[in-house]
Design a protein around this ligand. Structure first.
Ligand SMILES: NC(=O)c1ccc[n+]([C@@H]2O[C@H](COP(=O)([O-])OP(=O)(O)OC[C@H]3O[C@@H](n4cnc5c(N)ncnc54)[C@H](OP(=O)(O)O)[C@@H]3O)[C@@H](O)[C@H]2O)c1
Length: 349
């Protein structure tokens, strides 16, 4: 029996790796986060821990004497990019050190990074981005995390891997980066107000090449990386394996919501959607939706950021394919399927 410690188990990545390992069988799974899961579908033991509190982490994680794998997908958002470094490095160190000390059975630590490693958030960058590309101008918390993990592993019997996905397609509550929920809530409110589905971002972002990573595909890739010798001590980009343009997908999205596709009209969602909580509460009653608080469903600054990036976002996935992970997904189909799933689960009308 392998034991997986999922660090950040309630996030848009953590939920899916938990569900994936549960489905595989043969894994004893423990999820970590501050919030205690309330949903029946959470399929693991859970321990509430604040990883920014070293004493709390030591006290709770030193019990994992049988841990074989750590899947690290916790995240702390901060107002500026520079402020991300300290808390996100501290959480990784406070999670991995006590577990590595407690368990002589530890085999692998898998870390989730992202395309921002290449500076995709700063402006146009070299595309398709390759794992061997040189870093951008600091700071970047992925650099600090990866550098620490590489050093921590030296001389140890366990190995590490890091994956670099881009804009995750999945469900989670109260997470700062969830484009799918933003899209589902924005489109539903547009329909309720009798508006066409206008692209709210930058005209350049509407036509640029974009990529995403489906949460379930990422969970399969994380499992592969954590259990495949060829992936030991390696970094891999992991996206769905294709590219798309919002301009091609937009008419299909509008059809899925049974409204007209409008043209681009650039708006700041963080400002214009801020007052729509009461409307959403009315819609939740009218359409018999789950009573998730509006502010836990949509984090508009992330949508403004994604749809404001007017440059191509492309990673090369050649390295992971050559190493043996061949799973791919059609992104347009995955987005439409995810929105249908939100509807089925009564999250959006
Ligand atoms: N989301 C994306 O589109 C995306 C794209 C590419 C890369 N990434 C990268 O993937 C990684 C994970 O991001 P994510 O979007 O999956 O994050 P997320 O959905 O916000 O999940 C973060 C998880 O970390 C937990 N957490 C936060 N602070 C904690 C603390 N102090 N102690 C214990 N647990 C804590 C959260 O639960 P509690 O709040 O209950 O503690 C939650 O379970 C990040 O490095 C991110 O940059 C994300």
């Amino acid at each position: 029996m392998k034991q997986a410690i999922i660090v950040g188990a309630q996030g848009v990545i953590g939920r899916y790796i938990t569900a994936h390992l549960h489905g595989l069988g043969g894994w004893d799974i423990v999820g970590l986060s501050r919030r205690v899961p309330t949903e029946r579908e959470f399929q693991a033991r859970h321990i509430a821990v604040d990883l920014l509190d070293r004493a709390d982490a030591e006290a709770k994680l030193s019990q994992f004497t049988e841990a074989t794998h750590v899947f690290y997908c916790a995240f702390q958002a901060r107002p500026t990019w520079a402020e991300h470094n300290a808390p996100n490095l501290a959480m990784l160190v406070n999670a991995v050190e006590p577990i590595a000390r407690a368990s002589s059975r530890l085999q692998h630590v898998n870390l989730v990074e992202g395309t921002k490693y290449y500076g995709s958030h700063l402006g146009a960058f070299k595309t398709p981005a390759k794992e061997s590309d040189s870093p951008h101008m600091l700071p970047n918390f992925y650099y600090d995390q990866e550098r620490w993990l590489r050093a921590a592993q030296v001389g140890r019997s366990w190995s590490w891997s890091a994956l670099r996905p881009h804009t995750i397609c999945g469900f989670a509550l109260a997470n700062p980066m969830n484009l799918m929920l933003n899209l589902g809530v924005y489109a539903s409110i547009s329909k309720e107000l009798g508006l066409p589905l206008r692209f709210p971002g930058h005209p350049g972002a509407f036509t640029a090449v974009y990529q995403m990573t489906d949460s379930s595909l990422l969970a399969r890739g994380m499992t592969w990386a954590a259990t495949t010798p060829a992936a030991a001590n390696q970094v891999f980009n992991l996206t769905n394996g294709d590219y798309f343009r919002w301009s091609n997908l937009w008419p299909r999205l509008a059809r899925a919501f049974d409204i007209e596709a409008g043209p681009v009209q650039t708006i700041k969602l963080a400002e214009l959607m801020a007052d729509k909580g009461p409307l959403w509460a009315t819609m939740q009653k009218k359409y018999d939706l789950q009573p998730h608080p509006y502010e836990q469903l949509a984090a508009w600054p992330f949508a403004d950021y994604v749809w404001g990036s007017a440059w191509d976002i492309m990673s090369s996935t050649t390295k992971i394919r050559q190493a043996g992970f061949h799973d791919v997904i059609d992104t347009e189909e995955a987005i439409l399927a995810m929105l249908a799933d939100f509807r089925h689960r009564r999250i959006i009308p």
